[in-house]
Design a protein around this ligand. Structure first.
Ligand code: PBG
Length: 327
């Protein structure tokens, strides 16, 4: 039936009608807030405009997490800014490392708030790459797996609810699953950064986490932004190795893959609305080019519409506040 019998505007005529037929409703408990936990002396200068990306001490992390939990935010994901770095990234699995200590403190103070840990070596290696290096300067895939597995176990031992490997080594989900099971953490889920692209949008994160590669780039392990079919293969391989949830990262330019991964796998999908995407909204809003509140909600809604079950975003607290206000 065509016009004039069909009039699409009928159901857009009032807020009540629009609300009745709205297809996508973001919820605070599906938001994940990233937090950068640092040793006291590592709490440094992050662009004040990107306030929600600041480095925090453990007690500040607790404070921020308490605020997020009070707003109904579902989870936090932790990144560590350690005091010492070395060639192998040994700080990553240090039982007394900032992430391990922060997880313990969070689970004790706020047992209901889910704690996800990012499992990677780049914040802990002097060279800033996500794995250990061979003599020729390339990342040694297989030698890195054991270190990632050790790191994931140390997070689980500290009390992490979910571990999230972001290194993009081949076989890491299987290696982590095997070690978790062997160490008595068979029930700890893995959120795999399956479709993680070598992106221009990670800049502010690398400043906040102090994890920029000292030489070269990450294109020998992260995906080429041109390759969607390859991203889907990564997702399927991760499922085969035991991933419980899959991630697409970045989010805004990758809606096609959020939809494809959801459709092809049926697993819970997380979209990571990354630091450069956050910075674009913040700087455009500060310059008066857009309304930040509206932009935050539109982005969030669009990621859910694309198929994301979970959204990781530096706007999490802001979005949770808006969702509460507009209800
Ligand atoms: C670690 C990691 C990165 C991000 C999440 N985990 C940086 C990178 O791959 O260089 C980026 C997140 C963001 O930009 O918000 N490997």
């Amino acid at each position: 039936m065509a016009f004039p019998n069909t009039r699409m505007r009928r159901l857009r005529a009032s807020a009540g009608l629009r609300g009745l037929v709205r297809e996508t409703d973001p919820r605070a408990d599906r938001l994940v807030l990233p937090l950068f936990v640092a040793d006291a002396e590592q709490t440094a200068d992050v662009d004040p405009l990107l306030g929600d990306m600041a480095r925090l001490t453990i007690s500040q992390t607790l404070e921020r997490a308490r605020e997020a939990a009070a707003l109904g935010v579902g989870a936090v994901i932790l990144f560590g800014v350690p005091r010492h770095k070395d060639a192998d990234g040994a700080g990553a699995w240090d039982e007394e490392g900032v992430v391990q200590l922060a997880v313990g403190a969070l689970k004790q103070a706020l047992p209901e708030l889910l704690v996800i840990t990012d499992v990677c070596l780049c914040e802990y290696t002097e060279h800033g790459h996500c794995g250990v290096l061979r003599e020729d300067g390339r990342v040694d895939n297989d030698a890195t797996l054991e270190l990632l597995a050790r790191t994931a176990c140390s997070h689980a031992r500290a009390g992490a609810d979910i571990v999230a490997p972001s290194d993009m080594m081949d076989g890491r989900v299987g290696a982590i699953r095997g070690e978790l099971d062997a160490e008595g953490f068979a029930d700890t889920p893995i959120l795999a950064y399956s479709a993680k692209f070598a992106s221009a949008f990670y800049g502010p994160f690398r400043d906040a986490a102090g994890s920029a590669p000292a030489f070269g780039d990450r294109r020998s392990y992260q995906l080429d932004p041109a390759n969607g079919r390859e991203a889907l293969r990564e997702a399927l391989l991760d499922i085969g190795e035991g991933a419980d949830m899959l991630m697409v990262k970045p989010a805004l330019a990758y809606g096609d893959l959020i939809a494809a991964v959801k459709r092809e796998t049926g697993l819970p999908v997380a979209a990571y609305n990354v630091s450069g995407e956050y910075a674009m909204v913040k700087t455009a809003a500060a310059a008066g080019h857009l309304d930040e509140d509206d932009a935050v909600l539109e982005i969030l809604t669009s990621l859910h519409r694309a198929g994301a079950d979970v959204v990781i975003t530096y706007h999490a607290m802001h979005a949770a506040r808006l969702l509460a206000e507009r209800r």
